[in-house]
Design a protein around this ligand. Structure first.
Ligand code: GAF
Length: 397
């Protein structure tokens, strides 16, 4: 969610070799936390709604060893620079570690707050997740560290309880880092499986794996990183404001969360503030779009989800108002060049868009989007195709 937990990506770096460089010894193990793309269901998670993410092959890798004491040393290896941080477990409190290392410290803090005792660690981080791209490098980092530490310290019950581990990683982000985010990113990073999307109820945390074999339908999911960065942790940031608006609307409507709005027209009539009406309209219709998308995927009607993706974008742009010119241009250009549908993905105000594209039009869409950004004098967008991949796991065993 946040822009940039690790300084710079270093594709191809060997995690164990990076650990040896940093600490002069072999790591006890290597774990990987993936980035994610949310296919649809945006800003619904903290409204107790539904989401549909996939995990990416790209992510953050943590090579880790236990220390004999209560200290944590973290080195993050970038392409051109490395960064290091050190903290003690005894005096961990929100704010005691800042910057990218706060996501690591937050996991140790959340473990302790939940009553799980762990000791210190040496952690070496490498990443191939495009930086600041809205593909949730923060959850990738939190979950890589969480699965590593729970395994190394024998917290087998917690390691196996992925909904609880996701809650714990979310608590690290909410309570330690100070970003008021929902459960989407951590759930995606922990609970996704290869070839499938995760249909998650953010209230009960019940989840189903839904077929997401786009290739079987001759389709690809293109991720367009606009290179516009945004932090959701800012005190007056748009993310925090949107969340507060949704909570205010739910209160006025007398429902626990916007997910509970059953009669949208009636709810809109009862809200005096046009801004709140727009927010409610987005959340309620977006939850319907998630269900409709799942229905189409289960029926194998992959190409048909394109319309829902594009409708989601319009709702995020016009009702939720979290798009930006770069995201809008990416979406409009992709569709004009033949994409079946496109939308911004993630928290908004920058980050990435996704486009559903027939395999034989992929190059055309890529070229069109790159040319459109160039014409505006903007930094060229980053382009990858998203492959539904497994959640956080040990990768050296
Ligand atoms: C960010 C947050 F971290 C998620 O919890 C979610 O709210 C998302 O924005 C919007 O759907 O990624």
């Amino acid at each position: 969610m946040s822009p940039d937990p690790v300084p710079a990506p270093a594709p191809g770096q060997d995690p164990a070799a990076a650990f040896r460089d940093a600490f002069g010894a072999e790591p006890e193990g290597v774990w990987h936390g993936p980035g994610r793309v949310n296919v649809i269901g945006e800003h619904t998670d903290y409204n107790d709604g539904l989401v549909l993410p996939i995990a990416l092959p790209q992510g953050i890798t943590a090579a880790v060893s236990r220390t004999g004491d209560r200290s944590v040393q973290v080195v993050s290896h970038g392409r051109t620079e490395s960064a290091a941080a050190r903290f003690g477990l005894a005096d961990l409190a929100p704010g005691s570690v800042t910057g990218w290392a706060a996501y690591v410290a937050g996991v140790f803090w959340a473990l302790r707050e939940a009553g799980h005792e762990v000791g210190g660690a040496r952690i070496s981080l490498t990443s191939d997740l495009p930086i600041g791209s809205g593909l949730s490098s923060s959850a990738a980092l939190e979950t890589a560290v969480a699965v590593a530490v729970t395994e190394l310290y024998g917290l087998d019950g917690l390691r196996a309880d992925l909904p609880e581990l996701a809650r714990l990683a979310q608590r690290a982000e909410n309570g330690y880092v100070g970003a008021p985010t929902g459960i989407l990113d951590q759930s995606a990073a922990l609970r996704c499986v290869e070839g499938r999307a995760l249909y998650l109820d953010c209230r009960s945390l019940a989840a189903r794996n839904v077929p997401f074999d786009l290739a079987s339908a001759g389709l690809r999911l293109l991720v367009i990183d606009t290179r516009v960065h945004h932090s959701h942790a800012e005190a007056d940031g748009g993310y925090r404001v949107r969340r507060a608006e949704c909570e205010r609307a739910a209160k006025i409507l007398g429902v626990p969360a916007l997910r509970d709005v059953e009669d949208l027209a009636g709810a809109l009539r009862r809200l005096p503030d046009p801004v709140l009406r727009d927010r409610v309209q987005h959340v309620v219709t977006e939850i319907h779009r998630v269900n409709a998308t799942v229905g189409l995927l289960r029926a194998g009607a992959y190409a048909e989800i394109g319309t829902l993706l594009s409708m989601s974008h319009l709702s995020l742009r016009d009702q939720f108002r979290i798009s930006c010119p770069e995201l809008d241009l990416a979406v409009e250009t992709a569709v004009a060049a033949g994409a079946r549908g496109a939308r911004m993905t993630g928290g908004g105000f920058g980050g990435s868009a996704i486009a559903l594209v027939a395999a034989d039009r992929l190059d055309k869409v890529r070229e069109a989007v790159t040319a459109a950004f160039r014409r505006q004098g903007w930094t060229e967008p980053g382009l990858i195709t998203a492959l539904p991949s497994p959640g956080a796991r040990r990768v050296d065993a």
